[in-house]
Design a protein around this ligand. Structure first.
Ligand code: PLP
Length: 439
């Protein structure tokens, strides 16, 4: 497949060129469509709730770049802010005004926090927050939950087994077991397992990290009592509680799950929406913890492009739009409309399945019974159906994530008509898949 530089590239279809030049033809693995039938189209343009591929085909988009695009594609205010900023230079490696303004806009929404530090991705935000938690407590052990994703850095790239606390074994090649030996993996939705782990190792635990709204292995909605239990365990044993709100921050409420739950975490990580489509992450906490960061304290974190004016301008413009009255009510209403439509379609076709939804985040739980709250309860039939459902939806103009474990995101750009189109396309696709012979 190797392409000599002199070959005129027009001779090779773009997908073949992508696969010849990049592993899997992608820069992030799920984009390769490995878990669904069909090949990934190349997107050339987005506008509001719509995407257009190279052939000119139009889709209603429920991926939203995997979460960031709460305003839809190419929102005029965000595009204008980026264009205006870019004309004055892309990066200075010095603190800029937009950075201060975005920091203030974040802290207004997360009043528990006094300081925020910017990164260029969600991964970096969680990785650095974890280092800070270890630095602040002088402890080494960290706790995560099965089915929660916190980015692709070594320490948390652990899935672990189901059931009780599992000793951390890496779920990626290239991660030494020694690097994850200090990572404990617990099942979600299980107070007893968390209590047992703390009874055993509580004095060694620096930090409990959780997606308070787990949305990377389906949407595994947690009970308020479970999150409160984690808060009490951390308090009792002197550990820090880290809410990873890279998806839920600014999405389910201005202050994310921190606001919705009313629980006070010690650290919060955000990403995705905070960059409005540009690469941004951030972590925040109280003054006494955050001031342990370099240059004021001993815990190192840095970034050449962190806080760059372009990314800050996009984030600031995005959060400003979310300040408009009624935005979250609209997101809730559109999400509810989509849920109702999909539910009616599942009922009509007699597929035993549920829909999990928090505001504008939805997940098709393609298995009988209510949507599960823990990863080991997510069955394998869903992904099998979804692998055939996905191309049928795509064909009918509905752009959904190419994995049964990914959620759908509704944006403020989705009109009722866009939602109805997504419902109709889903219904037609489901009908087609259920009547054809299984592949
Ligand atoms: C996406 C995500 C991350 C990683 O963010 P990147 O910007 O992809 O590095 C971390 N935590 C959660 C909860 C996420 O959804």
């Amino acid at each position: 497949m190797s392409v000599p530089p002199s070959t005129p590239h027009d001779d090779l279809p773009l997908l073949a060129r992508a696969r010849a030049s990049m592993p899997g033809g992608v820069s992030s693995p799920v984009r390769a469509f490995g878990a669904v039938q069909g090949d990934p189209p190349f997107v050339v343009r987005g506008e509001g709730a719509q995407l257009f591929d190279r052939s000119g085909k139009r889709y209603v988009d429920l991926v939203g770049s995997w979460g960031p695009l709460i305003l839809g594609h190419a929102h005029p205010a965000v595009v204008e802010a980026v264009q205006r900023t870019a004309a004055d230079g892309l990066s200075f490696g010095a603190t800029c005004e937009a950075e201060v303004e975005l920091a203030e806009a974040i802290l207004r929404r997360f009043p528990f926090a006094d300081r925020v530090r910017f990164t260029s991705s969600g991964t970096e935000a969680v990785m650095s927050a974890l280092r800070l938690a270890r630095g602040a407590t002088g402890r080494d052990r960290v706790v995560k939950f099965e089915g929660c994703y916190h980015g692709h850095f070594d320490a948390l790239l652990v899935k672990g087994g189901s059931g009780l606390a599992t000793f951390g074994t890496p779920s990626s090649g290239g991660v030494p077991e020694a690097f994850t030996a200090l990572t404990e993996v617990l099942p979600l939705d299980d107070e007893a397992a968390a209590s047992a782990l703390f009874a055993d190792k509580g004095s060694e635990i620096a930090c409990v990290v959780i997606e308070p709204m787990p949305a990377n292995a389906g949407l595994l909605e947690q009970r308020q009592a479970f999150l409160e239990h984690l808060r009490s365990l951390c308090d009792e044993h002197g550990a820090l509680l880290l809410f990873d709100e890279v998806i839920s921050g600014f999405r389910v409420a201005p202050g994310g799950m921190t606001e919705r739950s009313g629980i006070r975490p010690d650290l919060v990580t955000v990403g995705k929406i905070v960059g409005g489509g540009m690469p941004v992450g951030a972590f925040m906490g109280s003054e006494n913890v955050m001031e342990l960061l370099a240059p004021n304290g001993p815990v190192y974190h840095a970034g050449t492009l962190s806080g760059n004016p372009l990314a800050m301008a996009a984030g600031r413009a995005t959060l400003a739009q979310l300040d408009e009255p009624g935005v979250y009510a609209t997101l809730e209403a559109r999400g509810a409309r989509l849920e109702q439509g999909w539910r009616a379609s599942l009922d009509k076709h007699g597929l035993p399945a549920g829909i999990a939804r928090v505001g504008s985040v939805l997940w098709l739980s393609l298995q009988p019974g209510p949507p599960p709250r823990a990863f080991h309860l997510v069955g394998e039939d869903g992904p099998r159906i979804y692998s055939r459902l996905h191309p049928a939806m795509l064909e009918r103009g509905l752009w959904m994530a190419p994995s049964a474990y990914e959620v759908a995101f509704v944006s403020t750009a989705h009109s009722e008509a866009d939602i109805d189109e997504a419902i109709a396309a889903f219904d037609a696709a489901l009908g087609a898949v259920l009547t054809e012979a299984p592949a």
